[in-house]
Structures are given as structure tokens and as C-alpha cells.
Design a protein around this ligand. Structure first.
Ligand SMILES: *Cc1c(COP(=O)(O)O)cnc(C)c1O
Length: 377
């Protein structure tokens, strides 16, 4: 066990009670709890529609279908993301075209890379708001309008992050969120797709449940007795037990995010003087979820970074790497390309502990230990 883990659940009696009450209610599959979760999530973000899904990977997969991406098409995406961001492009037979990041202090997809890599085959762009910090959306939206390309936001890190007065996930055509255990909102597994487009929403809802025109919940409540199947759909539904936990988590979200802001400030106050590291997004001005706190080692290499991580682990501090670059994974051999900034970050980034209930003293301990080890190696 680590003295300071990377992440800890923000769970209490509220989540346990929500799950228990749902089990006792007699309805556990997609129903009233999912509907309330969708309604509250949409309101919170200022989106017209929200749809609960089994996880974010299914949301991103549906997003590809809803954007009309087909075999032979190309979709631009970052390589510095979780592998699902690119896998979903392959699910529909299209080709991921990996773009480099904006810089060592801005780990999101570079707008000028997007512009450079657009081809007549490009159907969509998937952007990922790294750590809850916005991509260069103003430029990216302008490019997408000029070339008539859809934007999907992988907003897994960013529920309630703000960009120019809008919530992340509501700027592109479709926003996708994850409620996996270690995300800002945890339900175990879970996801949400949001959109302002009525047609996209209606089709997403069909595809979520086998393309069936009615759901068991409607039939059980006497609102429907039969169904047709009008589209090739999936079973990508969330259930009411997970949705009830999600509702309990929404009650805590804002407070959790405010604690993270203070923790990030504490990290920066300790680490900003070091000339051996870059703190990505250090001067970022807008509200961010601070899903993770990362640093990039300067003039370093993978061996040195890995040594740092193992020494931190020996001191009881759990770290991670966000992310191993997707384009270097074996299954992406055919799409391999040179992305110098992404590759440097992938080899030299360290993710330090961050979660709402992390103690300020623990941040002090992590920073003191980190700086001491950094001075020695
Ligand atoms: C967690 C995550 C996903 C996948 O979400 P699941 O809910 O686990 O399917 C996709 N993209 C990013 C950036 C993530 O962090």
C-alpha cells in the first residue's frame, strides 16, 4: 500500500444508500434513475440532451457512427490520450490520423497539426481535453467549419471545466464523458453522451438499445406494448444502480473540484521554482476539473523518468503516466508517424497524486520528496 495513492474514491454512505434504495425499489435496469441522471447532467453542462451509456468507450463509438464515419474515412485525433480515443475510430473501419500536441506546456491536440493533416477523407476530429484543460477550441471550431468536419469532444477529464463561458463537451457536435472509478465522477463503470442536436440524440438513443423503438421501462410502465427494430444498434445501456450512484456523485462534484483547485495551487507553489520541470497548463486561467496533476521533466529521457517514478514509489508515493502514446502501441503500427512532442511527453511525464480528499500535508510531502529525488538523479 502507498502512503499517498494516485487517486481515492470520494464515496460515502450517500453512494451506498443510493445503490441500496435502487435495489429495494424493484427497478434496476435503465429507468427513472438514468433519466434523472441525464436531466441533471444536461442542466449542469447547459446541453440540450444527455444520454447515459455503459461507459465512455461506447459513447465515443456511437459518436463515430453518429458523425457518419465509415470504412475508408479518416478521423484526426491525439495520440497523447487513453487508447479508447483512437480505438473507436477503428471500430467503424476508419483510419486514425494522429496529431501532435500544442507544446510541452499545453498537452492538448495542436490546432495547426489538425489543419495540416486534414485530407479529403477527413470526416471528424476527436479532441481530448487533457486533465480538464481545454483544447484550442476557438481555432479548432474555425477549422471544422471551414472544412465541414464534425467535432467530437472526449471530455472524460472535464465535467464542469469551462471554456469561454461554455462547459467543455458542449462546444463540438458531441461530448463524451466517463464515470469509470478514477474519474471526477465515479460510478464503477458508466458514461454519458451529450449533444444539442435533436437528430443525433434520437439516433444515439436508438443505437444504445439495439435500434429498438421502445424500451422495457416504457413497456413496464404501460406506455408501450410492442417494438420494432429500425437501426443496427447495440446494448450500450447504463443501469439504474450505477445512475443512482452517479446522482449521489453529482451532489459532491462542485465541492470536490474546488478542493482540487486548492491542491493544484499548492503543488504549483512548491514546484514552480524548479528549472528541471515544466508544469503543463501552469498559467491556465479558466476553471478546470484538475482531473490529474502532471509534470514533465526537462532535458530528460525515459530511463531517468522511470527511475524518478520508482524512487517515488519507494517513498510511498504512487504515480502514473498519462499517457503511453497511442501511436507507438503494437496495434497502431500501420498508422505510425513521428510526433516529437507527444513522444517526449510520453517518455518524460509523471502524474502525481490528485483527488478531492487528498490532504494539503500529503501534497507538501509529495513535493518535498519529488524535489529531493530530482536533485539527486
Ligand atoms: C477514461 C477515458 C476513456 C474511456 O472511458 P471508459 O468509461 O473507461 O470507457 C476514454 N478517453 C479518456 C481520455 C479517458 O480518460
Amino acid at each position: 500500500m502507498y502512503k499517498v495513492p494516485l487517486f481515492d474514491l470520494n464515496f460515502g454512505e450517500e453512494e451506498a444508500k443510493a445503490a441500496y434504495d435502487t435495489i429495494k425499489s424493484g427497478w434496476i435496469s435503465t429507468g427513472a434513475k438514468c433519466l434523472s441522471f441525464e436531466e441533471r447532467f444536461a442542466n449542469m453542462l447547459g446541453a440540450k440532451h444527455a444520454l447515459t451509456l455503459a461507459n465512455c468507450t461506447t459513447a465515443l463509438h456511437l459518436a463515430m457512427i453518429l458523425c457518419g464515419v465509415k470504412a475508408g474515412d479518416e478521423v484526426l485525433c491525439p495520440s497523447l490520450s487513453f487508447v479508447a480515443t483512437a480505438n473507436v475510430i477503428k471500430y467503424v473501419g476508419a483510419k486514425p490520423v494522429f496529431c501532435d500536441i500544442a507544446g510541452l506546456d499545453n498537452l492538448t491536440i495542436a490546432a495547426d497539426e489538425i489543419e495540416k493533416k486534414i485530407s479529403p477523407k477527413t470526416k471528424a476530429i476527436i479532441v481530448m481535453h487533457f486533465g480538464g484543460f481545454a483544447c484550442e477550441m476557438e481555432k479548432i471550431v474555425a477549422i471544422s467549419k471551414k472544412h465541414k468536419i464534425m467535432i467530437v469532444e472526449d471530455a472524460c477529464h472535464a465535467p464542469l471545466s469551462v471554456y469561454q463561458g461554455k462547459k467543455l463537451g458542449t462546444i463540438g457536435d458531441i461530448g463524451c464523458f466517463s464515470f469509470f472509478s478514477n474519474k471526477n465522477i465515479s460510478t464503477g463503470e458508466g458514461g454519458m453522451l451529450i449533444t444539442d442536436n435533436e437528430e443525433i440524440y434520437k439516433r444515439a438513443k436508438l443505437l444504445r438499445s439495439h435500434g429498438m423503438t421502445t424500451m422495457s421501462y416504457q413497456r413496464a410502465s404501460g406506455h408501450a406494448t410492442e417494438y420494432d427494430v429500425i437501426d443496427l444498434g447495440y446494448n450500450y445501456r447504463l443501469d439504474d444502480i450505477h445512475a443512482a450512484i452517479g446522482l449521489a456523485q453529482l451532489d459532491k462534484l462542485e465541492q470536490d473540484l474546488h478542493k482540487r483547485v486548492a491542491l493544484r495551487e499548492r503543488y504549483i507553489s512548491h514546484l514552480k521554482e524548479s528549472d528541471k520541470i515544466i508544469i503543463p497548463f501552469k498559467d491556465y486561467q479558466e476553471f478546470s476539473t484538475n482531473y490529474i496533476f502532471t509534470v514533465v521533466l526537462k532535458d530528460s529521457n525515459k530511463e531517468k523518468r522511470d527511475l524518478m517514478r520508482s524512487k517515488l514509489a519507494e517513498s510511498g508515493i504512487q504515480t502514473s503516466v498519462h499517457y503511453p502514446a497511442i501511436h507507438r502501441f503494437s496495434i497502431y503500427e500501420k498508422e505510425r508517424t513521428s510526433l516529437p512532442l507527444t513522444e517526449y511527453v510520453s517518455d518524460n511525464l509523471i502524474t502525481l497524486p490528485m483527488y478531492g480528499n487528498l490532504k494539503i500535508e500529503a501534497v507538501d510531502f509529495v513535493c518535498e520528496t519529488f524535489l529531493k529525488i530530482l536533485g539527486e538523479i
